[in-house]
Ligand binder design. Sequence first.
Ligand SMILES: [Zn+2]
Length: 53
Amino acid sequence: MKINKEWHMKNKMPKNPTLEERIKWHSEHAKHCSCREMPESMRKEIKKREKGE
Ligand SMILES: [Zn+2]
């Protein structure tokens, strides 16, 4: 598990994020950092969007 501190400094999760913001944050996070796993609920939402549902 590696934390990309620089990315985290530049990409703070907004306060009271909407679902869209959380999805965006987590998908970017997964690309740049592996300090924690993406929650299952986020994974599902991202998959849904990839399928265009
Ligand atoms: Zn991270």
